[in-house]
Write a protein that binds this ligand. Sequence first.
Ligand code: G6P
Length: 481
Amino acid sequence: MRLVIVSNRLPISLEEQDGKIVAKESVGGLATGLNSYLDSLDQDSQFNEDPLWIGWPGMYLDDPDRFDFSSRIMGKFRICPVNLTDAQMDSFYLGFCNSTLWPLFHYFPSYVEFDESSWDSYVEVNDIFRQVVESVLQPDDVVWVHDYQIMLLPEMIRRNRPDVSIGYFLHIPFPSYEIFRLLPSIWRTRLLQGLLGSDLIGFHTYDYSQHFLRSVSAILGLEHNLGKIMVGDRLAKVDTFPMGIDYNKYAQAAKDERTQTEKEELRQSFGSAKIMLSIDRLDYSKGIANRLQGYEKFLELYPQWHDRVILMLVVVPSRTGVGKYQEMKKQIDELVGAINGRFGKLNWTPIIYQYTTYPLRELTMLYDISDVALVTPLRDGMNLIAKEYIAAKTENKGVLVLSETAGAAIEMGETLIVNANSVLDIAETILRALETPDEEQARVMVLLKDRMERFDVNHWAEDFMNSMLLIKSEQERMEST
Ligand code: G6P
């Protein structure tokens, strides 16, 4: 058997530099997590052939031979590009994916654009993905489709290849029916039917699964029994699989001798000030502006902390072509300037702000050096930064402040949970985090480390694949009776 992963973004993103095409690692939990899982697959796994990953390579190649995909094996897998033009990406990726589905599924209905032509592009591009999948599909392949950009794909593949095994996983929240139903009737119907082309449909949390099932019942009139739905005469299953991280990768990178030396040097340069870390892709769903306002409130309420705390704010560039993201960048720049201008002194800057992407080793150093991590999205399917922070801690020190509207909060209830909409709650929780005694920090850290290590990305993917096997055998039993 061979595993075929399909996602909008490949784990590498191509860029043109000095007339040459170069590949960089992609940003975002989906690419990083799956990459690790595929690398870990060995001879004993159910897949005995190199896996294949199909997706968009980050840029349009007028001449596909400018980059040698055929010989390129990333780690242990091969990649197959879906070449999309800039015009297609504008309307599909910037348009329907990130100006319609993303804001709606993250509960920002007022940001949603309802544009017929971008819906048409969504259908068209999903069909292009289908063509690429069909062109490489082998009889025993297991196809695993990922995320909101290609929700129509499972049903499209199923139409021509009724027997193929298809799994689907949504990496973002599935919203409540009241939000999902805001989509025009044809769009919402087709999106649900698209997913139901899969044998198994997975979500990060129980609530997202329930929201999906409720929409299927209300919109398609299909009822379920313990997550099992009859789609015509075929059985499909809906279930919950909270995604983990490659725990060992982060833990080992943090322990690296060079990382530790650099960490000590950096630590000394900050003196005795406490370091708080905030790191996200630039996205309005991540609540960066609220977080900054919460920090401002904290500095206003607790002047005794001036000079004694520094917020390291790392904002990772993302979807720069979408208007709402540009507005967000401007708002963050202004807030940082205002807070530093208001509270800063000659020898103390409250916020160190960087708009950049950090490679893994440096990233783990930032996690490890930080006394507090502020992970306060307004809405997040899971949030893997929260898990990475725990994995990268080399001593059992540090406090995670986590938003209750991040999927990760369900598995990390021992940490400090905050309502990211409340500036005051953020301010007060920052104080609690900074004042948490060492023993309490260690108690929570040990618990969370153990849990994150056990429920890592491989556990998540194996759990999903085992459920695929179970549903397949149940389908076979039904067919034979
Ligand atoms: C989120 C989505 C992923 C996406 C990633 C980066 O994690 O769930 O599907 O790949 O963000 O976003 P981008 O638009 O750059 O692919």
